[in-house]
Design a protein around this ligand. Sequence first.
Ligand code: G6P
Ligand code: MG
Length: 216
Amino acid sequence: MIRGLLFDLDGVLVNTNPLHYQAWKELAEELGIPFTPKDHEAFLGVSRAQCLELLLQKGNQSFSPQEKARLCGRKNDRYRELIGGLTPAALLPGVPEFLKAARAEGYRIGLGSVSKNAGFILEKLKITAFFDAVIDGTGILSGKPDPEVFLKGAQALGLLPEQCVVFEDSAAGIEAAHRGGMKAVGIGTPQRLPAAELTIPGFAGLTPAVLLSKLV
Ligand code: G6P
Ligand code: MG
């Protein structure tokens, strides 16, 4: 029986993916590397350092570890500028209602995000109090598709992996859920996330009870 819900953050609860894209795009331009929204698909759910590796691979460029740290810092400074103005209005449609319903229905709620900015964003969105556990990029060693973030999430909720469902917008995140022994609900289209057990366009009009009845 499902007792815990583990949510990814970027692209699931809030539409920050375009802001990540913009910050990477600006860095890519400085480096003279072509970068499109299609290229950014592969960055979803992937750690900042790993995203930089993907970008540098694309541009066939190499840097020292110190220079890479500086480039990651520049990307993050720009991203922090972009997310600085987030308010609860940035929550994706139906998210607050879904989280409220999840609490009312007695589910334990966890965040499983690779982002090191997750805590800051939850505060900006004023949804920190919904979460019984927050596992983010500051508490893990491996990004998705490694299952670490979700396994730690289940553990922090006091549940077994098979008692949890993951909500994810990235292919890497769906793979992480599966490698952790959890089912995954994809936020997006079945074409983009064919491995998810169920795909929904978003949370509007849904409750956990109704949604999970479709998962079995
Ligand atoms: C999420 C996003 C990724 C991002 C990662 C790290 O998983 O989907 O695109 O690279 O978080 O985010 P951060 O905020 O730590 O740079
Ligand atoms: Mg995401």
